[in-house]
Structure formats: C-alpha cells, structure tokens
Design a protein around this ligand. Structure first.
Ligand code: GRF
Length: 205
C-alpha cells in the first residue's frame, strides 16, 4: 500500500511534528511527511524538518495581499509535494476557505483541550483557570469554525489542585504526542468514516 503523504503546518516548536515523525520512523504509520510549512520563519518545526532531511517552507502572511493569496500559495506548495492529508500541528492561524476547498475533509488539527470546551488560544490555561477536574486533548477534522470540526480522538488527563498551568500543559502534551500520530495512523489505514458530526473508527481492519 502506498504511503499517505502528509503536509504539516506549524508555527512553533514542533513537538507534535516530531511525534509524528518518530512514529513514522518506528514503522507504526503508513505515511510520510512530504513537506513542513510554517508562517513563522523562526519556528523550530522548520528546523526539525531540515534535521530530518525534509522539505521545509516559510510563508510570511505579510508578503501576500490577502489571506486567500497567502493560502493559495501554500496550497500550491502542498500540491507540488503531492500532499493528501494536511495536519495542523501548533499552526496559529485560522484556516480559511481556500485551503479547506483544496483539501475537503482532509485537514486535521490537534487542540490542547477537550472540545467543545475551551476552543481557541491557550486551551490548557483556559481549562486550568476555569477549575475543571479533567482536561485533555482532541484531534479533529477542520471545518470553517474555530476548533469545531468532527472529533476523531480525545485523551483525558486529571487536573490536580496543586497543578500550575504549565504542569497541566505538560501532562496534556504527553497525550497529544500519542493521539495525534494514532489518528493519522487510523486515517492512513482508511479506518475513519465521517457521518455528520460523528467520526466512526473501524476496529476490524
Ligand atoms: C500544542 O499544544 C497543540 O495542541 C496546540 O499548539 C501546541 C503546539 O505544540 N495546537 P508543538 O509546536 O507541536 O510543540
């Protein structure tokens, strides 16, 4: 079976990118990272891509006349590399209609909270400040809303009284590094079926 070609979009340190690369290297996902793209020149994710010998591209939002133009240019690059699934991994921009139209049902994201609670920025801090007893992370398909698409996988972590927001973030991140590669593995094996809001995982494959 041919390998699923992934395009990773990241804005920062790229630890989720790394977890995906590590699982691919370990032979657990039938996929390959075709290209890594960042809107931030200094993103460590780009450095990780280069260290892994992968194509890496920086697209500065300000170099383009509009969001559509910016996204068109990213879409061109993703297509040049034959990308089949776009994975947002700490990508700090809201994906617009151009990217979504180019990859319908083929954009996924990891969010550091149990959606639909605490969407948007800093999901971990929001949960911590709210005082919930459990939080976690969510891998979901991306739609035009803010962290609103159909949920693929979630992982739950406890929130302890003595936690700082940073400690909670670290506990959540550990789970992100497990469920994001796992969701991509399921997608690559053709085991996800989306019906409306629901994503069904075929366990018998
Ligand atoms: C993660 O917490 C992810 O859930 C959120 O942004 C952070 C990115 O971390 N969307 P990294 O760049 O993958 O290390």
């Amino acid at each position: 079976m041919s390998k699923l070609r992934l395009g990773i979009l990241a804005s920062g340190r790229g630890s989720n990118l790394q977890s995906i690369l590590d699982q691919i290297t370990a032979g657990r996902i039938n996929a390959e990272v075709a290209v890594v793209i960042s809107d931030k020149k200094e993103a460590f994710a780009l450095e990780r891509a280069r260290m892994a010998g992968l194509p890496a591209g920086h697209f500065n939002y300000r170099d383009f006349p509009s969001k559509d133009a910016y996204e068109s240019s990213i879409v061109d690059r993703l297509k040049q590399h034959g990308v089949e699934l776009v994975c947002l991994a700490g990508y700090m921009r809201i994906v617009g209609k151009v990217l979504l139209a180019a990859f319908p049902g083929r954009v996924v994201n990891i969010h550091p909270a149990l959606l639909p609670s605490f969407p948007g920025l800093h999901g971990q801090e929001q949960a911590w400040a709210y005082g919930v007893k459990f939080s976690g992370c969510t891998v979901h398909f991306v739609d035009e809303g803010m962290d609103t698409g159909p949920i693929i996988l979630q992982a739950v972590v406890p929130v302890y009284d003595e936690d700082t927001a940073d400690e909670l973030s670290a506990r959540i991140l550990e789970q992100e590094h497990k469920i994001y590669p796992e969701a991509i593995r399921l997608y690559a094996e053709g085991r996800l079926k989306v019906e409306g809001r629901k994503v069904y995982v075929n366990k018998n494959k």
